[in-house]
Design a protein around this ligand. Sequence first.
Ligand code: GLY
Ligand code: MN
Length: 537
Amino acid sequence: MDSQAHPELTSTKLTSTELASTETSSTIVERDAADDDLANRGAKPEADAPRATSNRSTTPSSSTFADYISSNWADREETLPAPRESAAFAATRRARISAQYPGKRLIVPAGAAKVRSNDTDYPYRAHSAFAHLTGWGADSEPGAVLVLEPTGEGHEATLYFRERAGRDSDEFYANPEIGEFWIGPRPSLAQVESDLGLATEHLSAFQEVLASCDTDTVVVRDADPDTTRALDERRRRSASPATGDDPVREADDALARDLSELRLVKDEWEIQQMRLAVDATARGFDDVIADRPAIVAHPRGERLVEGTFNRRARADGNTVGYDTIAASGPHACILHWTRNDGAVREGDLILLDAGIELESYYTADITRTLPVSGTFTPVQRRVYEAVLDAADAAFAIVRPGIRFREIHAEAMRVIAERTAEWGLLPVSAEESLEADKQYHRRYMVHGTSHHLGMDVHDCAKARRELYLDGRLEEGMVFTIEPGLYFQPDDLSVPEEYRGIGVRIEDDILVTAGGAENLSVGIPRTADDVEAWMRNAG
Ligand code: GLY
Ligand code: MN
């Protein structure tokens, strides 16, 4: 990492108090000491402070050096971008949530970077609710906060973030977390304002917002624990004497639910992003198939599968939307096998469950199960075609107006029928499908569908009556992913089935007249899969 490669550099920092005094002095209002403490925590002063220890922290601190490095830089050209395409859609989403919360201040943090270990972070990922309401995705600034301030008619949106520092501060050369010398160019307030079509303010001004919060403020609680803690304290202080319940907490939970439900139906721009995510993912699957010889030759071929797919994700998208599942042989029976340290052997199946997330954060979620040798054995093909029939039957009923849960029921009907036909169930398919029996579920313990979007399991906080029990609407996107998994040590099935795991997963868009399988271009039938493998050489 660069910071360790340059142990001679040290850092000094502007605390948030200093930031506030140098950059927002005109907006500072009188506060008591507790408010200062609260505001400082909310603005995460520790994020201003590089996490350098004395061992790696030796940047020259003399004023001679500071003067020298701060001078003789060319003026920056401040070009203001045209609003990005998603800006208008994000504005519509903000208007919809605004209409649900008259008179309430809504706080939607992007969240801070998360520590991986010591002084290294995971790649930054803003909270999905923040990205949805701002249109800011992979290029979001860590620590940014969207505030919807109630006005007479609705809300005024302001995006607070840490604008890049000028060359007259030491941030740009001495701060490994945010300095432009270290992490590259960062935007100005004016650039982001123009890009996202949103009013912007420096993050230090968010302290004033925090300090004036009361019980009419609602926050996305899981986006940034520091902000939530600071707000809870502030709201507790402004609340009338405590009653038995916790109205502030209830309001926060309702906001999380409503923001989740706001994403159930995708707008035109989101649908286009989903198509692009699926296309990129299709290229990743092609890459893996083309790499078959190297994958089979390597003792940890599953790692090569992951590496090849993830390389495409970085090349064509932001990253993967979730950890790639590269599960060969009996590993295919482990639903979320992400250790991916096994061999990929001729004669086995390999289950690849993977999705590319774009810079906008929209992700695909696709599974194909492939015969490593290029040809299914008869029993592998039998299992594969049963799963495909379940997927096709489920897809066939998708149209606006049916209940989400019917998709799963339809897939399970086929799974029960096939496993009964093969003599695997102690009862008939019909009896197994009774709610209190469900023997066939031994071989598919997971659900058939989940909503898909910015999160692989999108809209997770939506109410059951709008999700599982809800009716499909045009513009919804979800997976259909039945499977059959016969564990290697499952004595309830004949030996020939043991160790076979198959899942087929597609990304489905509900249209006005029915449905579109967005991932239908990735081979699905057993014959097409075999041809795909053959043609890759
Ligand atoms: N693709 C992983 C999952 O849906 O859980
Ligand atoms: Mn899935």
